[in-house]
Ligand binder design. Structure first.
Ligand code: SF4
Length: 332
């Protein structure tokens, strides 16, 4: 990889779902990049397109009905969209890897967990059974599963939710990928376990130098671990920023609304302001800015045309809003 290349660069990605009722434009010109050792959080409500973006990067979109209709997914400078399905599959595991929210349904209930981890080495590295099992135990120790040697023959249902997620992480990092995408990795877990899983991901990243994309609907989860954040709404990135300035001064009304709905320890007793309304129906998008029906700052121009997405409002910060950077003085 040359110095000028990012580990991952997504340029103007478009994805649509061809459904019986019409075409749902799930991703509309999404662009972002990620470097080694970096953590990018992709934040949005369900249906915002964050998981579809991840699936498009991995090349695992359910197709049909999902189709990538435009854009590039450059991984170490290679456009994965131009590869054959067979060539692209070779990237999954050793180069790009992904973990999902629901570890229980991702693991096979009828095989011991150690066997399932060992399978990664048997399939990809043609290891013999006992070497692969020994590697599986090492990995289980690496993701801090207590008594790994004894538990390597246990079945998924014999582990807690947090431990199952650790097993999924072990499988995802088995082949030492350059990039790990974690799609809502802690949503099903309680708060203490959430923090432990985040710490583990961070620790593994520090050790290996991999890039990490964290997909979440929960701003609280990413605050302490992400370097940068991309906020998605209706298949667009509506704000992208380093994490600190975003928390201190959100540029987009949607980000501001999300921040206002996160409980803060320093503001005990204050009401949480949830964002009113629902995300738009992708088959019947509102005219103008997609957020306008829910935006407390909306004015005539917002209903007439969509604001540009890639305009830099502050150095390194973009926001797709006519009032970006001027919300403080605007009439809400
Ligand atoms: Fe709200 Fe208008 Fe900005 Fe859209 S462009 S987020 S409707 S103020």
């Amino acid at each position: 990889m040359s110095d000028s290349e990012h580990l991952l660069e997504v340029n103007d990605l478009h994805v649509e779902f061809r459904l019986r009722d019409g075409i749902a434009k799930a991703i509309n010109g999404v662009s972002f990049y990620l470097d080694e050792r970096e953590t990018l959080a992709i934040l949005g409500e369900s249906g915002s397109g964050k998981s579809v973006t991840a699936q498009a990067i991995m090349g695992i979109l359910d197709s049909p009905p999902g189709f990538v209709t435009g854009g590039e997914v450059l991984f170490q400078g290679t456009d994965l969209e131009k590869l054959s399905p067979k060539a692209r599959a070779k990237y999954r595991g050793p180069k790009l890897s992904m973990i999902f929210q629901d570890a229980l349904s991702s693991l096979n209930p009828v095989f011991p967990v150690g066997w399932q981890i060992a399978e990664m080495f048997r399939v990809h590295q043609h290891m013999n059974r006992s070497d692969a099992l020994a590697k599986a135990i090492t990995l289980m120790e690496k993701v801090k599963i207590p008594a790994a040697k004894e538990r390597v023959r246990a079945y998924p249902h014999q582990f807690s939710g947090g431990m199952r997620q650790r097993i999924m992480i072990a499988m995802a990092i088995a082949l030492d990928p350059w990039l790990l995408i974690a799609d809502e990795p802690t949503t099903a877990l309680d708060v203490t376990v959430q923090a432990q899983i985040m710490d583990l991901l961070k620790e593994l990243q520090e050790e290996s130098g991999m890039g990490l994309i964290l997909i979440t609907h929960d701003l609280g989860v990413v605050a302490s671990v992400a370097d940068r954040i991309a906020v998605m709404y209706a298949g667009r990135i509506v704000e992208s920023s380093d994490i600190r300035p975003l928390y201190a001064n959100p540029l987009h009304p949607y980000t501001k609304g999300l921040l206002e709905s996160v409980p803060r320890l320093d503001q005990k007793g204050q009401d949480l302001l949830a964002i009113g309304g629902l995300p738009p129906n992708l088959l019947a998008m509102p005219a103008g800015c997609p957020f306008n029906p829910r935006c407390r700052y909306a004015f005539d121009k917002c209903r007439a045309g969509e604001p540009p997405a890639s305009e830099e409002i502050e150095p390194g910060r973009t926001a797709a809003c006519y009032l970006a950077g001027r919300l403080e003085g605007a009439h809400a």
